[in-house]
Design a binder for this molecule. Structure first.
Ligand code: FAD
Length: 322
């Protein structure tokens, strides 16, 4: 389903914006005081300072979609939040000038597509930003609702309440459909896109001549097929090299199989005390070498080039996100 819109659509939009009541939008209007005190160091236009303050709250980015007849209307939104598990409820906040706000009313379904780290172009497209070569969006229909293909997670919700929200309208949606895939989310912070570090590997990036002396201090461990190697949240900070067989690594939004020569537990050995980051099972009989944190520290003491190598790897990761 692609998105060119006929004139009737634009006409319907104009009508909806001019007379939202006709589309069922009703709000409990709350009178508000306009006074906003700015903290020390914040000068100039209070609205801009307020906006910048709110921009410190990092969010994901969604494309909200709905149908008007056979046409799809989408818009980029980061004002999306989870509200309740039972019943499953979410909330979105829409600028009263936005077409989307005029389309939604109680009973209307809307889709939420949580964008993946590389989908900045789609975010720009649905925010009405003008740029060369913005990607085309394609949609799949679920529960009669368009969802952006390739997004990291999808929800379909039906508006059950709408509320006055100043220059925005709040729509509470009861979720009818939810799913997520694997990948990294697109983030929005301080008015710009950000992303999580793609590659959590640290020791794997060290040159062999620095890594081998660390692994030489480790001890061999054997696991039968199906054995738990690590459990998410549990204590433990050994670094492990898979020597034979393979392990299945799973955490929310990520699953992969690691085989001979690959390392697991790379972050935990450097940052102990916050629990394992993933569930790891032996996918077949596994032979591994486990290096304790004490052994790692001994290796760093014995050869400061290893410590320097680790700092360089971490600096490169930092550069990826800066
Ligand atoms: P339009 O401005 O008409 O549509 C938005 C854009 O999507 C247009 O370029 C349109 O051509 C394109 N489009 C629509 N449907 C299709 C389709 N079927 N196929 C292809 N293209 C299509 N505003 C809020 O109110 N709330 C928020 O939470 C919010 N968060 C934002 C977060 C980010 C990161 C950004 C960049 C913007 C955000 N905005 C938010 C602003 C909002 O996205 C824009 O104001 C948007 O233009 C409002 O859309 P609209 O419904 O008025 O429709």
């Amino acid at each position: 389903m692609e998105g060119s819109k006929p004139p009737e659509f634009e006409l319907a939009m104009e009508t909806a914006i001019a007379a939202p009541e006709a589309f069922g939008a009703s709000y409990d209007v709350v009178p508000s005081s306009g006074a906003l005190e700015l903290g020390e160091g914040l000068e100039g236009d209070p609205a801009i300072a307020f906006r910048r303050t709110l921009g410190m709250f990092a969010t994901g980015v969604t494309v909200l979609t709905t149908r008007v007849g056979e046409q799809v209307h989408g818009m980029t939104a980061n004002a999306f939040m989870s509200v309740s598990l039972r019943p499953p409820l979410v909330l979105i906040s829409i600028d009263r000038r936005a077409k989307m706000g005029a389309i939604l009313h109680e009973g209307t379904r809307f889709g939420v597509s949580v964008l993946e780290a590389k989908q900045t172009g789609l975010s720009d497209r649905f925010a009405g930003r003008v740029a060369d070569e913005l990607p085309e969006a394609t949609f799949e229909i679920v529960h009669e609702t368009p969802l952006v293909e390739g997004a990291l997670a999808h929800l379909v919700a039906r508006v059950v309440r709408s509320y006055w929200g100043g220059d925005h309208s709040l729509f509470l949606g009861q979720v009818e459909f939810a799913r997520y895939g694997q990948g990294r989310p697109l983030l929005f912070h301080g008015g710009r896109y950000e992303r999580l570090i793609d590659d959590p590997r640290v020791f794997s990036s060290l040159p062999r001549e620095l890594l081998d002396p660390i692994l030489a201090l480790g001890e061999e461990r054997d696991y039968a097929e199906g054995d738990v190697v690590m459990r998410m949240g549990e204590e433990g900070c050994d670094l492990m090299l898979v020597v034979e067989g393979s392990v299945r690594v799973e955490r929310p939004g990520f699953s992969s199989t690691y085989g001979p020569g690959e390392l697991i537990g790379e972050i935990e050995v450097l940052d102990p005390g916050r629990g394992r980051l993933a569930d790891i099972h032996a996918a077949e009989p596994v032979k591994a070498i486990a290096v304790t944190r004490e052994q790692l520290l001994a290796a760093l003491k014995a050869d400061p080039r290893v410590a320097l190598g680790l700092v360089e790897v971490l600096a490169a990761r930092f550069r990826e996100t800066a």
